[in-house]
Design a protein around this ligand. Structure first.
Ligand SMILES: NC(=O)c1ccc[n+]([C@@H]2O[C@H](COP(=O)([O-])OP(=O)(O)OC[C@H]3O[C@@H](n4cnc5c(N)ncnc54)[C@H](OP(=O)(O)O)[C@@H]3O)[C@@H](O)[C@H]2O)c1
Length: 329
């Protein structure tokens, strides 16, 4: 079948590790299903795979690996599904994100940039009416991360003011749209006017240049940028507030103003993807609230390298979706 995969990792030049070609089609085991993919989306996880980092670190035997941890398509009986990306110990009970054997798609199980993927039946979640297939392909890894950050980790309430660092990111745009729909006053930082205009279009109330001082402290900050913004996040959260960290697109090193953390009693909390229960809640919320998840670019799956290049260069305006159909934007 058609697939976009990494034959072997390349730490220094990840894009050169991408192969657009053919891989064996998956044969679902007992308790698994086959999904014919219609759309998938790019994540930094794909770049980590190409570099041999994260779940692929020290596992050369895991290659070749088909990329892609987000996707949507149809079961063999035609049921439209969105993919929940986390898998783990079948006997694990409770929060899947805490399972020590947890993996995401494209670590131990082949990923979604292909004609077909095989997943445990519970990972292929029937799509509620009102959610389009292209947008369903960004919900599993990206929107679920944003949902958990907002409602499980920060426990925000309508009317609160929150700051989203990085206006145009995939997770950032999800945070803005979900936060706006939940009645929050959403502020965002972004590099450049075009990115900040996008955040305003998606529901942000105010936008600031990255690193700019805010006019007032906020109840919660959502930071997936890391090195470039973390000190700013700590500086601008109010006393007793929370900073939720879930990524580091600009780097994973940061200095911490410890005095501010304990004197102002700031909570710093990490977040990773989400549970299946949260995914079901997310799908319901998106459908019921009529949210149209923003997609920045739609490319053909054959053009995956161009999408990865844009991510690496920061030339994104929201999620990049890869489709098996002719691209429409
Ligand atoms: N914990 C999880 O489960 C989880 C899930 C998904 C992603 N992540 C992580 O979250 C991070 C973002 O992922 P994404 O999919 O949203 O990536 P993305 O779509 O490529 O967006 C990158 C984001 O980083 C910002 N950024 C990058 N360099 C910056 C700099 N030097 N200064 C200021 N802002 C900068 C961008 O802000 P501008 O808009 O200003 O360009 C943008 O918001 C990655 O580290 C990824 O690995 C974690």
């Amino acid at each position: 079948m058609f697939a976009v995969y990494a034959e072997a990792p390349n730490f220094n030049d990840p894009l050169s590790a991408v192969v657009v070609g053919e891989r064996p089609a998956p044969s679902p085991r007992v308790g698994w299903v086959r999904v014919k993919l219609e759309a998938a989306s790019l994540n930094w996880h794909d770049l980590w795979t190409l570099r041999g980092l994260g779940g692929m670190n020290g596992r050369p035997e895991a290659f070749p690996m088909i990329l892609g941890s987000d996707g949507a398509g149809t079961l063999d009986d035609g049921t439209p599904v969105a993919l929940y990306p986390l898998m783990g110990d079948p006997d694990w009970r409770g929060d899947e994100t805490l399972d020590p054997r947890r993996t995401v798609l494209a670590e131990e199980v082949q990923g979604t940039f292909a004609d077909f993927v095989a997943v445990p039946t519970r990972n292929a979640v029937p799509l509620p009416a009102g959610i389009a297939r292209d947008t369903a392909a960004i919900l599993g890894a990206t929107w679920l991360t944003a949902y958990r950050m907002l409602f499980t980790k920060a426990r925000v309430r309508p009317g609160q003011t929150v700051l989203v660092q990085g206006a145009s990111g995939g997770v950032a745009t999800a945070l803005i749209q979900l936060g706006h729909a939940a009645g929050l006053r959403v502020w965002a930082t972004g590099r450049g006017a075009t990115k900040r205009e996008l955040a305003l279009r998606l529901g942000a109330q105010r936008c600031f240049e990255s690193g700019e001082s805010l006019p007032a402290p906020v109840d919660a900050v959502f930071d997936l940028v890391g090195t470039a913004t973390f000190a700013h996040s700590i500086k601008h959260v109010k006393a007793g507030g929370v900073v939720v960290v879930a990524g580091g697109a600009s780097g994973l090193e940061a200095t911490l103003d410890l005095a501010r953390v304990f004197i102002e009693q700031i909570t710093i909390v990490g977040s990773f993807d989400g549970t299946l229960h949260e995914f079901l809640e997310l799908l319901d919320f998106v459908a019921q609230a009529g949210i149209k998840p923003h997609v920045g670019h739609v490319l053909l799956m054959t053009d995956a390298v161009e999408g990865l290049r844009r991510m690496l260069a920061g030339e994104t305006m929201g999620k990049i979706v890869l489709t098996r159909r002719q691209a429409d934007s």
